[in-house]
Design a protein around this ligand. Structure first.
Ligand code: ATP
Length: 262
């Protein structure tokens, strides 16, 4: 059987894609988008509130269905995949959100080990809750995000920035091909946000240069500083798609200038 990780194609391919939450004829959250992302790219999605960033991320993990157009993620069309195929696809996609989905009263090691849940069976997961498995691997992941000494602490005793690092360590042990991050740092102060973005774009690419990152951000400067490519959405359309090094102040102004209601 072919190793799916050897897939030579695109990480994400959206072709003439429209999403209307009210069905055909409804207002479009995404309006005829075409976007191709190569394996290993670190892409920031930016744009005003309501531009369609979260909808685009939802398309990639199969939680949002397109109204028309084609979507391929890691060589799979999530809209046509069987439930087994969709599970297999999702086990190759890591998620980081503003809401971290950590279990506060559990020790950090258990939250990091949640990254294995797509591969572990139910019994293995339960056993690990009683006596944690793969502790050395969890410790190594925490070390890479700079909080090795917190392995056995209660997760809800950690600061917001430390908890965000636990969420990154969970992604590291999951070892996905694609990471989707929806506003991962919006609850952090600017210095902490910068640190966590540095880790997200640095540590997650270090061990696997072909791992792809797609991250939505409200902070335009963070996007330009940490990502390779900046894609700007406005009213459901791609209005900016440039290497980060080529983004200038005018592009930023055009993206955010106030617009009349549609
Ligand atoms: N489940 C839903 N049902 C109906 N409309 C929705 C739904 N989710 C999003 N929308 C609408 O789709 C459009 C795009 O929303 P989306 O959340 O994708 O934008 P966004 O760029 O992520 O916004 P923000 O930066 O504020 O999070 C908005 O007009 C929003 O109101």
């Amino acid at each position: 059987m072919t190793d799916p990780r050897a897939e030579p194609g695109l990480a994400v391919s959206l072709q003439d894609l429209t999403v209307s939450y009210g069905g055909r004829g409804g207002r479009s959250a995404l309006d005829g988008i075409t976007l191709h992302i190569e394996p290993g790219e670190r892409v920031a999605l930016v744009g005003p509130s309501g531009a369609g960033k979260s909808t685009l991320l939802g398309l990639c993990n199969g939680t949002v269905a397109p109204t028309s157009g084609q979507v391929q993620v890691l060589g799979t069309d999530p809209t046509r995949a069987s439930s087994r195929g969709l599970r297999a696809l999702r086990s190759r996609i890591g998620s980081v959100h503003q809401h971290l989905n950590l279990v506060g009263p559990l020790r950090v090691v258990h939250n990091v080990n949640a990254g294995h849940l797509g591969n572990w069976g139910r019994w293995r997961a339960l056993r690990s809750l009683i006596r944690p498995l793969q502790v050395a691997e969890a410790g190594e992941a925490l070390d890479r995000v700079g909080i090795a000494d917190h392995l056995h602490q209660r997760t809800d005793r950690l600061s917001g920035g430390e908890q965000q690092r636990v969420a990154l360590a969970r992604v590291l042990v999951q070892d996905p091909d694609l990471v989707l991050a929806d506003e991962p740092v919006s609850s952090l102060d600017p210095a902490r946000a910068d640190e966590v973005m540095g880790l997200l774009c640095g540590v997650l690419s270090q061990d696997r240069p072909r791992r792809t990152l797609l991250v939505s951000l409200h902070d335009f400067d963070l996007a330009v500083r940490h990502c390779d490519r900046v894609v700007g959405l406005r009213q459901g359309r791609v209005v900016l798609d440039l290497p980060a090094a080529e983004v200038d102040a005018q592009a930023r102004e055009r993206l955010y200038e106030l617009e009349p209601d549609r």
